[in-house]
Design a protein around this ligand. Sequence first.
Ligand SMILES: C[S@@+](CC[C@H](N)C(=O)[O-])C[C@H]1O[C@@H](n2cnc3c(N)ncnc32)[C@H](O)[C@@H]1O
Length: 222
Amino acid sequence: MVDHRSRPGWVEVEDFLSETLVQGGPGMDAVVGSIDAAGMPRIEVAPTAGKLLMLLARIGGARRVLEIGTLAGFSTIWLARGMPSDGHLITCEFLPEHAAVARRNIDAAGYGPMVDIRVGAALDTLPTLLGGDPYDLVFIDADKGNNTEYLKWALKLTRPGSVVVMDNVVWEGTILDPGSDVDAAAIRAALEFMGASPELEATAIQTAGSKGWDGFAIAVVK
Ligand SMILES: C[S@@+](CC[C@H](N)C(=O)[O-])C[C@H]1O[C@@H](n2cnc3c(N)ncnc32)[C@H](O)[C@@H]1O
């Protein structure tokens, strides 16, 4: 297979778009720095994607947001930036050490009162959220093997008109060869679930840049 990550220009174009349009500010650079400093993997969304999450929250008037997969809180902060100050964001993170870094970053960014980090396996946390008001936006970005289960939980925890975003849906194109990789098979299955679900209207966009060849799916709950 061609190594698409080596394609010249992708990262430079992304840097140009980030500098020209995203302008995340020093606080966001510090969040990325904290990922390196803690020796955590650089698997946060690109700044251009982070700002897209902010814009989706703002466009949809999201007041209640659910995120699955926190890492250091980079995408969490972008989502919070798109919400009103009385909004509420719950983010699920399996690893306590990731959650601790995220807590510091989210508090330093000024979103501490809005953001509740739930530490543990998301499939244990999600049932505890039943019975509350529906979430306006759900961002799925954790262990890919559970993506279909996360989509099912998203349907239980949202309302018609809510938005569901699922990251990493192209996975270097391996979704076309699901036998090659267990995550590729799970991502493909989740996309097929989205496409077949009578409760979701979905599409997906391919992306190329600092995160290689990937993409995200976006759906509205019918
Ligand atoms: C891709 S990173 C999240 C990146 C983050 N959304 C961002 O863009 O800044 C995935 C995170 O999900 C966490 N994770 C993995 N399995 C999980 C699970 N079963 N439940 C909750 N979190 C999980 C990992 O520890 C990791 O921090």
